[in-house]
Design a protein around this ligand. Structure first.
Ligand SMILES: Cc1cc2nc3c(=O)[nH]c(=O)nc-3n(C[C@H](O)[C@H](O)[C@H](O)COP(=O)(O)OP(=O)(O)OC[C@H]3O[C@@H](n4cnc5c(N)ncnc54)[C@H](O)[C@@H]3O)c2cc1C
Length: 493
């Protein structure tokens, strides 16, 4: 027999959606327990770049930008493109109507944004970026949840949803000591357990076998909430829509001093001020060192003459074809982007950037040399480069010779030292877009359209067929849907 704890609301998952739900329910005076399986809150929310797309914001007002939820609603369809007919328009409306309040709420809790940046086809700049980095969301939300008395339990893995007489009344979880425990909810349970980018079974069942071997950015995004809800009759909408496989440099393996600084408001405000007042040459080195996430190399590097090399020193793909798919079949599923000084010189200034990057917008080779020494390799000789990359030199020599002598189309040979490599680079599923079918109140719905009483879902778990193409919509949805689910769970029963 497992032991039992009771509260009004139980929230499963402590990412953006779960923390928002817990905050909202506690703010309404309910007792709330939040169960987080990892040692700390954050989830994919803390892996994110931190772009939040919103309208009618103080940042837009300061810049004289006139915007509206209606315009945002229309522009989201343009981002969705051919997928647009598959969108959930009710949830899209919910999202766009609530972004102004969402951004202000986050700012009131201590989150600092810069921007807005343009992101066509949005008709006006709407993309706001968090500083110093996306860890600020969980840091500030968790702090405020504690203040409101939310009982945040980390290292606590939810395993099952308890259903009694057709109503969800709680969950079963494994406590840090390995024992089983029941958490009973007098009002409601909110599933905010993220996506299934790291779950082979759900990727095979809902998405496509081709993405099964592709690693997730966040390995703990294992779709637990989806699986638990499917077991009690819920359904997943748009399960096949997946962001990836897409190439990204591996994220920084060690945190530098700057990344270890807590994302407190005065620090964030200082950075935001500096970005508006100091020249880029002072700021650049500093801003990129806050980076904690995985950035994607621009495909232009291949067009201009970069090639992909695997751990055996072999070229394994047509870089202009589908390298993102082929890399997943290489040893350790990794590769390096290799080029010579001609390409290196090009990728030192606009319009030839290595990747986009928060804060600096476009990162060039010098930014990588300075801020990502762990993935930056340079040598006057091919042998020296091979040693730095950790690949066999003779094999790398042969691969380069074969490339230079073979059919290269418009691409130049790789012959002019010094030689450079960036990597490891991998192919990732960044996130999955399939969410449990939900109502406008974020109640979870069965295949036959009937509501599962007592169960709510938010964020990626409760995406409900909503398309969040472009940047900054996923985080917005996590915070907005989390608050709505928290409010409705608090007043249920
Ligand atoms: C590299 C990267 C960059 C991104 N950049 C952006 C961006 O700039 N803008 C944007 O809008 N979106 C971005 N996204 C997407 C965005 O981060 C996510 O869609 C969003 O954070 C999802 O929030 P969530 O609360 O639903 O899930 P999460 O933040 O993943 O939270 C889910 C939580 O539930 C916990 N959990 C799961 N299962 C259990 C269980 N069984 N028991 C207890 N706890 C459990 C997890 O550990 C996790 O903490 C990015 C994603 C990635 C990976």
């Amino acid at each position: 027999m497992s032991s039992v704890t009771e509260s009004d609301v139980i929230v499963v998952g402590g990412g953006g959606a779960g923390l928002a739900a817990a905050w909202q329910a506690a703010q309404l005076g309910r007792t709330v327990i939040l169960l987080e399986k990892n040692p700390a809150t954050g989830g994919s929310t803390s892996w994110s770049v931190g772009s939040v797309t919103a309208t009618d914001t103080p940042h837009q007002h300061r810049n004289g930008i006139k915007d509206s939820a209606d315009a945002h609603f229309e522009d989201m369809a343009l981002h969705a493109g051919a997928l647009a007919p598959r969108d959930n328009l009710v949830l899209r409306r919910l999202l766009v109507d609530n972004t102004p309040g969402m951004l202000r709420w986050l700012m009131d809790l201590g989150v600092v944004f810069v921007g807005p940046e343009p992101e066509p086809p949005h008709r006006v700049p709407r993309m706001h970026n968090v500083v110093p980095n996306s860890k600020s969301f969980a840091y500030n939300l968790t702090r405020h949840c504690h203040r409101l008395g939310v009982d945040v339990r980390v290292n606590t893995v939810t395993r099952n949803i308890i259903v009694e007489n057709g109503r969800v009344t709680g969950v079963e979880a494994t406590l840090p000591d390995g024992s089983n425990h029941q958490f009973r909810a007098r009002k409601g349970v909110v599933l905010a357990s993220g996506d299934y980018s790291g779950a082979s079974d759900l990727k095979a069942r809902l998405a496509s076998p081709s993405v099964v071997p592709v690693d997730p950015v966040n390995p703990t995004a294992t779709g637990d909430g989806h699986r638990m809800a499917l077991r009690i009759g819920a359904t997943v909408v748009n399960g096949d829509i997946v962001r990836g496989p897409i190439m990204r440099f591996i994220p920084p393996t060690r945190q530098n001093l700057i990344q270890r600084l807590p994302p407190v408001k005065p620090l964030a405000q200082l950075i935001a001020w500096s970005m508006n007042h100091l020249p880029q040459w002072i700021l650049r080195p500093f801003l990129m060192s806050f980076l904690t996430t995985a950035l994607g190399p621009s495909p232009d590097i291949y067009k201009e003459g970069g090639i992909l090399i695997n751990k055996n020193g072999e070229r394994f793909t047509d870089e202009l074809g589908k390298p993102n798919v082929d890399i997943a079949n290489q040893p350790d599923r990794t590769g390096w982007i290799l080029f010579d000084s001609a390409v290196a010189n090009k990728f030192s200034a606009w319009p030839y950037f290595i990747s986009t990057a928060p804060g600096v917008a476009y990162a060039y080779l010098a930014d990588y040399r300075r801020n990502r020494a762990d993935i930056f390799h340079e040598s006057n000789t091919v042998q020296g480069l091979a040693a730095s990359m950790g690949v066999p030199a003779d094999s790398l020599q042969k691969s380069l010779a074969a490339y230079n002598e073979g059919e290269r189309g418009q691409r130049p040979p790789i012959q002019q030292g010094p030689f450079f490599a960036l990597g490891p680079v991998k192919s990732y599923v960044v996130f999955t877009d399939g969410g449990l079918r939900v109502t406008e109140k974020l109640e979870v719905v069965k295949e036959d359209g009937s509501i599962i009483p007592g169960l709510y879902a938010a964020g990626s778990a409760g995406q409900g067929g909503l398309l969040l193409e472009g940047h900054g919509h996923h985080l917005g949805w996590a915070f907005i849907s989390g608050r709505i689910a928290g409010r409705n769970a608090a007043s249920a029963g």
